[in-house]
Design a protein around this ligand. Structure first.
Ligand code: 13P
Length: 252
């Protein structure tokens, strides 16, 4: 069956001193998590520090975005091959903050997905609807469109080596979590959307839930049939909270 996976997204947080303590604690606490893969997605300047601290063990290293371009005159951007050189195994693509604040389109997210996969980095594709979209009953339309953009560009087989993260925008950093059933409903929808193209890929696809996951609510969310783990923002900055969530994934 699908393995459990918990990824931390530090977003734009951290300092050399704070990271050293956090990486040390998280690394020490994740070595014995049988059946749960853990990752931390750190800001670009800290990739080298994190790679050094984690030494190829758990949690594995990830980044938070990637350029869709391979190289060239793209000031400020970071390519997938650069991330690979620093030992990144995962990269978030299409996080809602990238889509809404930095204007990333579905097509651009799909191109980033392809660039990451082409460099041997597992894309962690984020999907999610806004509050207005949910209230208008458009959740499936929105996440379906976001998913189709990637499947149309990369092909459904590309999802065999990827991870999805359903992150309702209204639940991110708000303390307002989707109910376990709300998460399950969207996860099942996403899996069926993939299954319509390839049942085997859909069956093996890990789909994480993200949005105000905490130690106190992780177990009930991870207990749902189509939830394979979590993408954790704020709580990934506190070692004990992140470790408790990783442990909940093991038990759930
Ligand atoms: P929070 O866990 O802080 O709500 O953030 C979720 C998120 O955006 C992870 O990518």
């Amino acid at each position: 069956m699908r393995g459990r996976f918990v990824a931390g997204n530090w977003k734009m947080n951290g300092s050399l001193a704070a990271n050293a303590a956090l990486l040390q604690a998280v690394s020490a606490g994740t070595q014995s998590l049988a059946g749960v893969e853990c990752a931390v997605c750190v800001p670009f300047p800290y990739l080298a520090q994190a790679a050094q601290a984690l030494k190829g063990a758990l949690p594995v290293l990830g980044a938070q975005t990637v350029s869709e371009h391979a190289a060239g005159a793209y000031t400020g951007e970071v390519s997938a091959s650069m991330l690979a050189e620093f030992g990144c195994r995962y990269v978030l693509v299409g996080h809602s903050e990238r889509r809404s604040i930095f204007g990333e389109s579905d097509a651009q997210v799909a191109a980033k997905f392809v660039a990451a996969a082409g460099a041997g980095i597992v894309p962690l594709l984020c999907l999610g609807e806004s509050l207005a979209e949910r209230e208008a009953g458009r959740t499936e339309e929105v996440v379906g469109r976001q998913l189709d953009a990637v499947m149309d560009t990369a092909g459904v087989q590309a999802l065999a080596g990827a991870v999805l993260a359903y992150e309702p925008v209204w639940a991110i950093g708000t303390g307002r979590t989707a109910s376990p059933q709300q998460a399950q409903d969207v996860h099942a929808f996403l899996r069926s959307r993939v299954a319509a193209r390839d049942a085997k890929v859909a069956q093996g696809l890990r789909i994480l839930y993200g949005g105000s996951v905490k130690a106190s609510n992780a177990s009930e969310i991870f207990a749902m049939a189509d939830v394979d783990g979590g993408l954790i923002g704020g709580a990934s900055l506190v070692a004990n909270d992140f470790l408790a969530i990783c442990n909940a994934a093991r038990k759930g």
